[in-house]
Design a binder for this molecule. Structure first.
Ligand code: DC
Length: 218
């Protein structure tokens, strides 16, 4: 293994990317960068500030005045920890919408590339292997059936006391899959050189081990 290496993990909503990436980061003692959290933070800030979800001067000005960073596992938006504020179903949809806007992607991809130059990292998202870190040493495409992903998200939301039915969660997942795969800019797709891992029916531990095996065997 080289001194510095980057692991790119892409895949649809609810495939377990962040759970797996966090565990792999821990096992390999490297940093984890959750790019979805960055889009969520922007969607949250746009909504809170009444910035229209279209390319406009107000959006440019807002992005100019936005600072996003990760410290000790927390996501910091303009100096404020926003971990739980960005995990609601509403912000999931806002993130999906703002991620289709070119200025938003340009700003976040620049920050993400800079993060990938300094040290070994595992970064998850939708376009990491195809756009952000095209030269990543390891590329993994994590998938699972829409029903299994909806089931996992439904259980998570129930534990947090959020009230969405399974059908609503499944509908959200399908809507976001559609948005993420059909948008013009850097849509979700598997990089040609990525290894696909279908996690349907697999436990978290099994998936983590499958990813670690891929990293250790190359
Ligand atoms: O992974 P997530 O559900 O937290 O991502 C939130 C939204 O952000 C998702 O709908 C797609 C978008 N996203 C993206 O377009 N590109 C990324 N690299 C990461 C997320």
């Amino acid at each position: 293994m080289k001194d510095i290496f980057r692991i790119a993990i892409d895949g649809p909503s609810g495939a377990g990317k962040s759970t797996i990436a966090k565990a792999v980061a821990k096992a390999l003692d490297i940093d984890y960068i959750d790019t979805g959290a960055m889009y969520r933070a922007i969607g949250y800030k746009m909504d809170k500030g009444g910035v229209p979800f279209e390319v406009c001067d107000a959006l440019d000005a807002m992005l100019e005045a936005t600072d996003i960073d990760f410290t000790g596992g927390d996501i910091i938006l303009d100096g404020e920890v926003v971990n739980s504020l960005i995990r609601t179903p509403e912000v999931s949809m806002l993130a999906s919408q703002c991620s289709a806007l070119a200025p938003v992607r340009a700003k976040l991809v620049e920050i993400q590339r800079a993060m990938g130059q300094k040290k070994s990292i595992i970064m998850d998202g939708r376009d990491i292997g195809t756009n952000v870190l095209t030269d990543a040493e390891y590329k993994i495409f994590l998938t699972a059936s829409a029903e299994e992903r909806a089931n996992r998200r439904f259980k998570e939301l129930q534990e947090k006391g959020e009230h969405q039915t399974y059908e609503e969660v499944l509908e959200d997942i399908k809507q976001r899959d559609h948005n993420d795969m059909t948008r013009e800019l850097n849509p979700l797709r598997k990089a040609e050189d990525a290894i696909e891992v279908d996690t349907t029916g697999m436990s978290i531990e099994e998936v983590v081990n499958a990813v670690l095996d891929i990293v250790k065997s190359r």
